[in-house]
Design a protein around this ligand. Structure first.
Ligand SMILES: O=P(O)(O)O[C@@H]1[C@@H](OP(=O)(O)O)[C@H](OP(=O)(O)O)[C@H](O)[C@H](OP(=O)(O)O)[C@H]1OP(=O)(O)O
Ligand SMILES: Nc1ncnc2c1ncn2[C@@H]1O[C@H](COP(=O)(O)OP(=O)(O)OP(=O)(O)O)[C@@H](O)[C@H]1O
Ligand SMILES: [Zn+2]
Length: 482
């Protein structure tokens, strides 16, 4: 038991029927609103070398590799593990010696035990539980639990999945074999109670990115285009220029977040046309549409024709096409879910744009502002001096909100569907009726990838932002079709 700032924090252990011991932080006798499944760690269980073959490659992003369980232990059925990776070369924003840097502790000091977490993995888990869950709602988040792993388990998994990982991801990063636990969470591409024999579960993963236009007065005049053109569209231009993508996407996040049925439909159609790393579809947990291994340059795993074939037993044809029906189903579900409004509100915690927040960042780390220095005196005095005279608390709040917003701009939403007969018993999932095919579907929605962004990344965010606007304005000048 620890007493922190006169708040009593207690770790309570529960033994589950499965034999696991769950350790849950309680503050002043309350579980901080956490459900039993949202505990810290699963003890007395360790994934060893011999368990590695039960875990199969599911996917990966820049920071984590995800494996699905294919074995028969009841405790793991319907679960995935998420393993942290380390870059082979280049940028690493992690603090090598401590869990959080001294300045990060300033940011997260009001959120319970994040700053005293014994490991980075537990800090990440507490960030999801204590920061993101209250903002987005516990209905849409499964923070997971940490499971201890042996080094041999990680090394064997690394070898086993090597041939399934995209080559460029292999070159970029590898499993961090120095960690001693991984995140165990529900597999959101299947239903917890499984599906009946022959019944399919179709899941869609959408990475919506930033859904609003900034209006901050700290945006420099030469960057005013940011107030009218989405970050997503401008970033596409840079990605094309850097050969990270071969085609520009027509997807517009403003459509997806618009709250208008037609515009949501337009957004989903555009995502299907150019999925990049913004859309993926899984059939019973296997990727059937979209890129493998994340990243915008990943190739499409299955083409439109094959996808049509995959889903014809799942959904009827609307105007001759099963894909069209599925697009309709997804659009209608997204339109009805209130969850994107919440996500947008959290994204909007970025009140003053990186062009403002970067100055607050230099205040927090008590370093001369590199950005102001590069401007020269005149501009610095006029526009940004006010930001350098605010209190430390105000600066901390700006940077903290910016980083929370960054999490919300980068997370994904997974929605899973399965057919449901009208007479089926009510379950915890919601249902939607698709008139055009006369079918009812049960669905569930969860956010994934609600990671804490390292504070050191603020400098990179500023650089990338400037690079994106510069590239976009130059391409506009050259009359490149954008
Ligand atoms: O900066 P962005 O907008 O390009 O977002 C990065 C993503 O690129 P995207 O443009 O979505 O292809 C990037 O995705 P990919 O690696 O391109 O699939 C990551 O999600 C990265 O987050 P992290 O480094 O894993 O914490 C993301 O970095 P953050 O900005 O979220 O820190
Ligand atoms: N709980 C889950 N259920 C099912 N699939 C999942 C789950 N979590 C992650 N995945 C799959 O694994 C992929 C990689 O996971 P995730 O997005 O968390 O990695 P990341 O490295 O944090 O990504 P990013 O590059 O966006 O930071 C996802 O795109 C998704 O397809
Ligand atoms: Zn400054």
């Amino acid at each position: 038991m620890i007493k922190e700032k006169s708040v009593l924090i207690e770790m309570r252990s529960y033994t589950c029927p499965t034999g696991f011991i769950l350790v849950i932080p309680f503050v002043e006798g309350k579980s901080q609103g956490l459900k039993l499944r949202q505990c810290w760690s699963v003890m007395e269980l360790i994934l060893e070398e011999r368990d590695a073959s039960d875990w199969t490659y599911r996917g990966e992003g820049a920071a984590n590799l995800v494996l699905a369980y294919a074995g028969s232990a009841p405790a793991f059925i319907g679960k995935v593990i998420r393993i942290q990776k380390v870059p082979r070369n280049g940028a690493n924003y992690e603090n090598r010696d401590t869990v959080l840097s001294e300045h990060e502790c300033l940011l997260w000091k009001d959120y319970g035990t994040i700053i005293t977490s014994p490991t980075k993995e537990i800090a990440e888990l507490l960030y999801v539980q204590c920061v993101m869950t209250p903002l987005l709602g516990s209905d849409y988040i499964d923070a997971g639990v940490q499971v201890p792993v042996s080094k041999e388990f990680l090394e064997t998994v690394e070898r086993n999945v090597l041939c399934q990982r995209p080559g460029w991801r292999v070159n970029d990063s590898k499993i961090n074999t120095c960690i001693n636990s991984v995140l165990l969470m529900s597999d959101h591409s299947v239903f917890p109670d499984g599906t009946l024999k022959g019944e399919a579960c179709l899941s869609i993963e959408i990475k919506p990115k930033c859904g609003f236009l900034p209006s901050s007065r700290f945006i420099a005049e030469e960057n005013a285009v940011k107030k009218n053109v989405t970050r997503f569209k401008m970033h596409q231009a840079l990605k094309l220029h850097q050969h990270q993508i071969s085609d520009l996407s027509d997807y517009d996040p403003l459509d997806l977040f618009s709250g208008s049925r037609d515009r949501v439909h337009t957004a989903i159609k555009a995502l299907f046309a150019t999925p990049q790393n913004n859309l993926r579809v899984f059939l019973n947990g296997s990727l059937v549409y979209g890129g493998v291994g994340g990243g915008t340059n990943s190739s499409s795993f299955v083409n439109g024709e094959a996808f049509e074939d995959f889903i014809k037993c799942f959904i009827g044809a609307d105007g001759g096409s099963h894909t069209r029906s599925f697009v309709h189903l997804v659009a209608e579900t997204v339109f009805r879910l209130d969850v994107l409004n919440k996500l947008l509100e959290v994204q909007k915690l970025d009140h003053i744009d990186i062009e403002g927040a970067i100055h607050a960042y230099y205040n927090v780390i008590s370093q001369p502002c590199v950005v102001c220095r590069s401007f020269g005196e005149e501009k610095q005095l006029c526009r940004y001096s006010s930001l350098h005279s605010i209190s430390l608390n105000e600066s901390v709040k700006i940077v903290k909100d910016y980083l929370i917003s960054a999490t919300a701009k980068d997370c994904s939403l997974m929605i899973s569907f399965r057919p449901r007969e009208d007479g089926d018993l009510e379950s915890s999932c919601r249902s939607i009726y698709l008139e055009s095919t006369n079918q009812r579907f049960e669905f569930k929605a969860f956010f994934i990838d609600l990671d804490l962004k390292p504070m050191k990344k603020m400098e990179y965010y500023y650089e990338l932002d400037q690079q994106i606007v510069k590239c976009y304005t130059e391409m506009l000048k050259q009359n490149t079709e954008l």
